[in-house]
Design a protein around this ligand. Structure first.
Ligand SMILES: [Ca+2]
Ligand SMILES: [Ca+2]
Ligand SMILES: [Ca+2]
Length: 356
């Protein structure tokens, strides 16, 4: 390496011995400073000293623009070591080249192998590429088909939506009609129940009326039979709501009453002014159904009822404990009653209430 030279000055080798100062130890013809490339073929630089006396000759071998220094080596500098150095340099270079060749061969094989691998890979990729293209085309066709189906499904969906909407409207209308009918039915049911109830009430009423009707008919028949029976007997008189029997003989008050009872009647009970007049117009002394034998001064009718309206004659009743039975006496006057000794024999009048 020369001081002041650009970096990378090429090949060279120091001599095995200390070079003689002031002598150039360059072998060969031209030394190119600043580059490994030799300017002149057939010359080789193997070493140089910094104090070489090689004169700078000229700058004409290389373009001056490069700015390189070129030295020409004279013959007296070099003869001793040239060949040996040259041989060893050749051997070393050969070995380097062999190693380089071996390395290059390995690289070459590796490159070939890599190339073959890449070829196989490329072939495989090509197959895959074709398969992908085919698949893509199939997918495109499939997509087109799906798109058609999709459009058809959308159209069908829209039709179904419209149908559904229509059905919903109809459904609502039917529900409304049903509800109206339900309300109508409920109302009819209520009316029906009311009618049934009314009918049942009328039935009960009718049944009751029928029973009453039958009872009336039965009573009427009994009455008819009774009247017929009475018509067959002598002495019975019909007046107001009663039948009366006037005796043709005389008996005591108690015997008279017994006779009335045997006839299904009792001594007369005078309930009204009309009945009193009826009794008077018979113009007879007659036992009537009045007595105070149970409690002196307290007159009662034979049915146990208290005397309220009375028709006692003047000064009557006056017999106290001696006269305890009532009779018609002063029949020319409205007030015709008298209290009499019960053991006297008198005619009597019986009364039977008619069931009217
Ligand atoms: Ca009476
Ligand atoms: Ca008395
Ligand atoms: Ca008297």
């Amino acid at each position: 390496m020369f001081p002041g030279a650009p970096p990378g000055v090429g090949r060279g080798r120091w001599l095995p011995q200390e070079p003689v100062p002031g002598e150039a130890v360059l072998m060969g013809g031209l030394l190119v400073l600043g580059d490994a490339q030799l300017a002149t073929p057939g010359w080789e630089v193997i070493g140089v000293t910094v104090k070489a006396r090689c004169p700078l000759v000229h700058r004409g071998h290389l373009p001056q623009a490069c700015g390189w220094t070129v030295c020409e080596v004279t013959s007296h500098c070099s003869t001793c070591y040239y060949s040996d150095l040259q041989h060893s340099a050749v051997i070393e270079e050969r070995d380097n080249l062999k190693a380089l060749l071996k390395n290059l061969d390995l690289q070459h094989r590796a490159v070939i192998e890599e190339r073959d691998n890449l070829k196989a890979l490329l072939k495989n990729l090509d197959l895959q590429h074709h398969a992908v293209i085919e698949e893509r085309d199939n997918l495109k066709a499939l997509l087109k088909n799906l798109d058609l189906q999709h459009r058809a499904v959308i159209e069908e969906r829209d039709n179904l939506k419209a149908l559904l909407k229509n059905l919903d409207l109809q459904h609502r209308a039917v529900i409304e009609e049903r509800d109206n009918l339900k309300a109508l039915l409920k109302n009819l049911d209520l009316q029906h129940r009311a009618v049934i109830e009314e009918r049942d009430n009328l039935k009960a009423l009718l049944k009751n009326l029928d029973l009453q009707h039958r009872a009336v008919i039965e009573e009427q028949d009994n009455l008819k039979a009774l009247l017929k029976k009475m018509e067959g007997q002598q002495g019975w008189i019909i007046f107001g709501g009663s039948a009366y029997y006037v005796s043709s003989t005389t008996k005591s008050w108690q015997e008279s009453r017994n006779d009335c009872r045997q006839r299904g009647a009792d001594l007369i009970i005078i309930n009204s002014k009309e009945e009193q007049s009826f009794a008077n117009q018979l113009k007879m002394n007659l036992w009537i159904g009045l007595t105070d034998s149970e409690n002196e001064g307290t007159w009662k009718w034979v049915d146990g009822s208290q005397l309220t309206t009375s028709y006692w004659g003047q000064y009557e009743p006056n017999g106290n404990r001696k006269e305890n039975c009532g009779e018609i006496q002063t029949f020319d006057k409205e007030s015709s009653w008298n209290d009499k000794d019960c053991s006297y024999s008198r005619s009597w009048i019986c009364e039977m209430r008619l069931p009217l």
